[in-house]
Design a protein around this ligand. Structure first.
Ligand code: SF4
Length: 103
């Protein structure tokens, strides 16, 4: 690969990860208290998504995903198995099992 081209699939380095985490921490610290406490309560692997949602930088689809994660305890597999059919988001929730093919 030439020196001027970046490989988009290259794994990020530990230093890059620290920089991303530091930037997120700074963003979180700048939030109003009620949002800061809420985002800090999100498990680390899912915190970036919730930060995007509360700062208005996420799509409706991602906002639904974040809402479902918070509702069901941050277990993505459980979102797909959610049985609360009366919930207005039920048909829109992520991780739904694939429908069986029609015969
Ligand atoms: S679809 Fe299920 S997991 Fe998602 S918000 Fe509704 S009740 Fe919660």
């Amino acid at each position: 690969m030439s020196s001027g081209t970046q490989n988009p699939f290259k794994a990020i380095t530990a230093a890059e990860r620290r920089e991303i985490d530091r930037t997120r921490d700074e963003e979180i610290e700048g939030l109003p208290e009620h949002l800061r406490l809420r985002v800090k309560a999100v498990p680390a692997p899912q915190r970036a998504l919730h930060l995007r949602v509360v700062t208005g930088k996420a799509s409706a689809r991602l906002a639904i995903k974040a809402f479902c994660q918070e509702c069901i305890g941050f277990d993505n597999a459980e979102i797909g198995r959610c049985s609360a059919r009366s919930c207005r988001l039920w048909s829109l929730r992520p991780y739904q099992p694939k429908a069986a093919p029609a015969d």
